[in-house]
Design a binder for this molecule. Structure first.
Ligand code: FEO
Ligand code: CA
Ligand code: CA
Length: 673
């Protein structure tokens, strides 16, 4: 314990980590540790029809819920496809460094729920100076990332689900004593995971239905099932769970997705930072796997291993293999046991987003957020049956996980990670091992190393798939893939980029695709001369490309694209994580931007929101009627200590609190329209 850092030392270490996080491929400054090594789409009418069908089905699934108001086809056509029209009508805001949340003129926002807000009648009010594990288990968790909404029976209420990605003790406690104060570790564990919260619309906006029968907290200790091909695998068996089928908790749940049968997919991302002492692992094979995933070589940042042996690789060598999965949760059933779906692979999952193949099979897109890691797609064996919600719960246990290879000619293929793939034969004992060691299998089949894949998401309007590559300052690096390639065209990608992918035949079940660069982020005033053909040749850092839109005077600067969403018109909304670190665009606060994906304004990106100081923007999530936009404001004031001098958002107090906001137009109109 004598090596425990003082608060000042911890702050310095944190500042250093923040400075170097993008260099190390580390997503979260506070979790810095060892880094591991055109359209042939279906028509809009078909998409809308399917969407309506899904809503009606969901309504049935949840009881007899009212189907939320949808845009009429006329409204959509008028805004989205009318030739020459601009589907975005808000007045863009300027980049800001102010410690407040800024939206365009004509918009309002409200803080819907904050870290520590009580979810149940018996939950105590938040008291920063009297935190307990028991209280935190009944309150909204820390660092909200993914946000999704589901309709509630009878309407117009919604179930809002939120991930609680990670904790940063120095932003929660004073003094913070990692590895010494067991209660703080237990509060941190209780502040992880996710929340389900019923919300109701009212004259003053949305409000939380405290005590709703749906409200739920899931944390780093909640029992979860392990399902799919790796369930019961010898590498998933531990002293506490000799069957390898039940695990306690989920950690570092970053983004996620929703399934057509109305469940929540929540994704374990930087799980590696929760496990300690990998360099002392006895088994060289296991040691190599832990190294490929960046499991902490020595102590973990939060040092839970001081109190719980399962987080120490030398004491429980397999526990780390039980994290890094996509977890499925039924938001309508508070007693539902969360399930880790091993068929979707084990990696630093950013998100997991779904689309239906033409034959009804379910495709799940997911990115592995690490410099030089990969983009994946799972396709289920069986088709989704809108008449049988229950059958949906097994769909993600049988199917094929693929990893993407991007060819320089603008084509690409999804390579199967299956035991009968000749490239994998003899290297892995069984399918379960392939899934537990997904990164190694993807290495072996020759996947394309990307510039830190974050969100990968199909546009419900038109079906093109968009994927954010947040940044990669290492390209090229000694021992890493050399130089740039067509899909990662910058030799030093300081600002990130977005790729647009079209599946063959517009079918999400396809194994081949075409792709192009949609956006090369940065300052459009610096170099907007890039031509698509030049992108394929490899570009200098400053080059920018806004899908061919070439008037820099009306474009906003953007860097570090992370989470994305689509409004009901199919415009792409891009949340950022890290803009304050990008001197190339003036290091403004993180932001939310919107950009049309079709028509004459394709590429015309404009800033919609500026976050408070130190915060990243997560979510975002639209209601189906397009009239409310939920955003998760994560880690306001990051980099400060308690009391915090970086941010006092949202309450003007010394302890900033991560919170979900609801944004509406003052006239009740369509967001962005
Ligand atoms: Fe947690 Fe990849 O952002
Ligand atoms: Ca990120
Ligand atoms: Ca993210």
């Amino acid at each position: 314990m004598s090596q425990r850092p003082t608060a000042a030392e911890a702050a310095r270490a944190r500042a250093v980590a923040a400075e170097t996080c993008e260099i190390e491929g580390v997503d979260r400054p506070g979790l810095h540790a060892d880094a591991g090594a055109r359209p042939a789409n279906e028509s809009f009418a078909a998409v809308l029809g399917r969407h309506l069908h899904r809503r009606a089905f969901l309504a049935g699934a949840a009881g007899a819920a009212a189907v939320p108001v949808l845009l009429t086809a006329g409204e959509v056509r008028a805004d989205a496809t009318a030739a020459g029209s601009d589907p975005l009508a808000f007045a863009p805001i300027a980049p800001s460094k102010e410690d407040r949340l800024i939206t365009p003129e004509g918009y309002d926002h409200q803080v819907l729920i904050r870290w520590g807000d009580p979810l149940f009648e018996d939950a105590p009010e938040f008291d920063a100076g009297a935190q307990t594990p028991e209280a935190q288990r009944r309150q909204f968790g820390f660092n909200n990332d993914f946000v999704g909404v589901f309709p509630v029976e009878g309407g117009p209420n919604l179930l809002l689900v939120a991930n609680h990605e990670y904790t940063s003790g120095e932003d929660m406690f004073a003094p913070y004593e990692p590895g010494v104060n067991r209660a703080q570790a237990e509060i941190e564990m209780a502040a992880h995971g996710g929340s389900v919260v019923e919300i109701a619309p009212g004259p003053d906006g949305w409000r939380v239905a405290r005590g709703s029968r749906f409200n739920r907290r899931i944390d780093a200790t909640t029992p979860m099932a392990i399902a799919g091909p790796a369930a019961g695998h010898r590498l998933l068996r531990t002293a506490a769970d000799p069957e390898g089928r039940t695990v306690l908790g989920m950690v570092n749940n970053c983004s996620g997705g929703k399934t057509p049968w109305g469940t929540w997919l929540t994704c374990e991302e930087n799980f590696n930072y929760y496990f300690a002492n990998a360099e002392q692992a006895q088994d060289p094979d296991l040691k190599a796997v832990h190294a490929r995933y960046g499991v902490s070589r020595k102590e973990s940042p939060a040092r839970w291993e001081a109190f719980f042996d399962r987080f120490d690789v030398t004491k429980e060598p397999h526990e780390a293999f039980r994290f890094g999965w996509v977890v499925e949760i039924d938001p309508y059933d508070p007693a539902f046991q969360p399930v880790k779906r091993t068929a979707l692979g084990r990696m630093k999952h950013e998100a997991a987003t779904t689309a239906l193949a033409k034959d009804g099979r379910v495709a799940v897109y997911t990115g592995d957020d690490q410099q030089f890691d990969y983009v994946y797609k799972f396709v289920s064996s069986r088709a989704f049956d809108p008449a049988d919600r229950k059958a949906g719960f097994g769909l993600l246990d049988e199917g094929t996980l693929h990893v993407a290879r991007f060819h320089d000619d603008g084509t690409g293929e999804w390579l199967p990670l299956t035991i009968d793939n000749p490239a994998l034969k003899g290297r892995f004992a069984d399918q379960g091992e392939i899934l537990i060691k997904t990164r190694l299998a993807a290495d072996a089949v020759g996947a394309t190393a990307m510039d830190r894949p974050e969100d990968v998401q199909p546009n419900p309007v038109g079906g093109k798939v968009y994927m954010t590559m947040t940044n990669n300052s290492k390209r090229p690096a000694p021992g890493e893939p050399k130089g740039a390639d067509a899909a990662n065209p910058r030799v030093a990608n300081l600002n990130g980029h977005i790729i647009e992918l079209v599946e063959d035949g517009g079918d999400h079940g396809a194994t081949r695709f075409r792709w192009s660069v949609f956006l090369l982020c940065g300052d459009p005033a610096v170099d907007l001369k890039t031509k698509p053909e030049e992108i394929r040749a490899g570009l200098p850092t400053a080059a920018t490309f806004y899908a061919g839109y070439a008037d820099p005077s009306t474009l906003s600067k953007i860097a570090y694209p992370d989470n994305i969403a689509f409004d009901p018109h199919g415009n792409l909304w891009i949340a950022t994580d890290g803009q304050p670190k990008t001197e190339g665009i003036g290091a403004p606060n993180d932001a939310l931007h919107a950009v049309p994906t079709e028509g004459p304004h394709r590429g015309h990106l404009r800033q919609f929101l500026s976050a408070p100081s130190g915060a990243e923007v997560c979510g975002p999530e639209f209601t189906d009627d397009g009239r409310t936009l939920f955003c998760a404001i994560q880690h306001p004031g990051e980099g400060g200590l308690v009391p915090n001098k970086v941010s006092s958002w949202p309450d003007g107090e010394s302890l900033p609190r991560p919170a979900v906001v609801a944004i509406r137009r003052k006239d009740g109109g369509l967001i962005g329209g």
